[in-house]
Design a protein around this ligand. Structure first.
Ligand code: ADP
Length: 311
């Protein structure tokens, strides 16, 4: 079973309107999905046929509704209940733009976090891989992911971490490292204080190799949107080039990539296939209008077209 963790899930609401009129009424069509990066990962894993359990924190009536949305997507879930209401995030598609309104979400108490940790420990015992994705809600210390990484590693379970800011800093500073991190190029440049492009991969490799924070991480994968990704793994540098596609909506491509990595790592695939599978999922998500959803009928074509080379 692959365990996905979403600490701050949200009712992702997409409103579509041709033209947004400011300071007046806008009539919109709405689409609601169970969101938060970890739930995007879960949805893709269900599409890949994996046995998944989604966990995290769910609160109030919004939390109950999120449970219904997960049921509708066929995502098995065992979240810890909290008193605060789970959040709603709004993406407004208008005039060829995407304007987002993101609630920060509920505040979590120490008791609620303690109950979650017990639930997590139970679930990790039956997991073949764990994914930790997204931001932490208020009340959860920045070191939470470092703790979740430690619990998984002590249980001998590979753990993939996709977060940013203080939560990522704390996990990188810990003596127990995640199995895989996947910053995108902008995020890694932010972490390193650099401005590398996809043409500067030798410099990126040297800078990462000299940075103690990344030492001991089995897989450091830097995703680069339409340019694919580069993976630093086991002393090797593997470059994946994404096939040229007509991108429809690349939101969630990073989450889909994490799902592909988890799928392949849980299956014990070799390094090339891990990277190919992650990139295939990222690209197939970019071809689909929905977030965290793959155009599965193009799997064979895209999987075969991802080019892997060693640098
Ligand atoms: P994030 O969503 O975390 O910013 P990226 O935008 O780097 O992640 O996308 C993750 C992966 O999805 C890429 O490494 C690539 O494999 C795939 N991908 C994203 N956008 C495109 C695109 N326009 N064409 C082909 N593949 C894409």
């Amino acid at each position: 079973m692959i365990l996905t963790v979403t600490m701050n899930p949200s009712i992702d609401t997409r409103y579509t309107v041709d033209h947004l009129v400011i300071d007046d009424v806008n009539r919109v069509t709405a689409a609601k999905t169970a969101g938060g990066k970890g739930l995007n990962v879960s949805r893709v894993l269900v599409q890949l046929g994996d046995d998944v359990v989604a966990t995290g924190l769910l609160g109030g009536h919004s939390g109950a509704y999120l449970g219904d949305l997960m049921d509708a997507d066929g995502i098995p879930h065992r979240f810890t209940p909290i008193a605060g209401e789970s959040r709603t995030c709004i993406a407004l598609l208008h005039d060829g733009n995407q304007t987002e309104l993101l609630e920060s979400g509920p505040t979590v108490s120490a008791e609620e976090l303690g109950a979650f940790m017990d639930n997590y420990r139970d679930l990790v015992a039956g997991a073949s891989c764990v994914t930790l994705s997204g931001s932490l809600p208020k009340g959860v210390p920045a070191g939470c992911y470092a703790d979740l990484v430690r619990i998984a590693r002590e249980a001998g379970v590979p753990v993939l971490l996709d977060t940013s800011g203080a939560a990522l800093d704390a996990a990188l500073a810990s003596d127990v490292k995640p199995t895989l991190v996947k910053p995108n190029l902008t995020e890694v440049n932010g972490l390193l204080g650099t401005s590398f492009s996809p043409d500067d991969l030798d410099e990126l490799r040297a800078t990462l190799a000299a940075d103690e924070r990344f030492a001991g991480i089995d897989w450091v994968v830097v995703s680069m949107g339409a340019a694919g990704s580069v993976a630093f793994h086991d002393g090797r540098t593997l470059r994946a080039r994404a096939p040229r596609i007509d991108a429809v909506n690349a939101t969630g491509s990073g989450d889909s990539t994490i799902a592909g990595f988890a799928h392949a790592i849980a299956a014990g695939s070799d390094a090339e296939e891990v990277l190919r599978c992650g990139n295939t999922c990222g690209t197939l998500n970019a071809m689909d209008p929905q977030t965290g959803h793959l155009v599965m009928e193009s799997w064979d074509e895209i999987h075969g077209a991802v080019e892997i080379s060693e640098l």
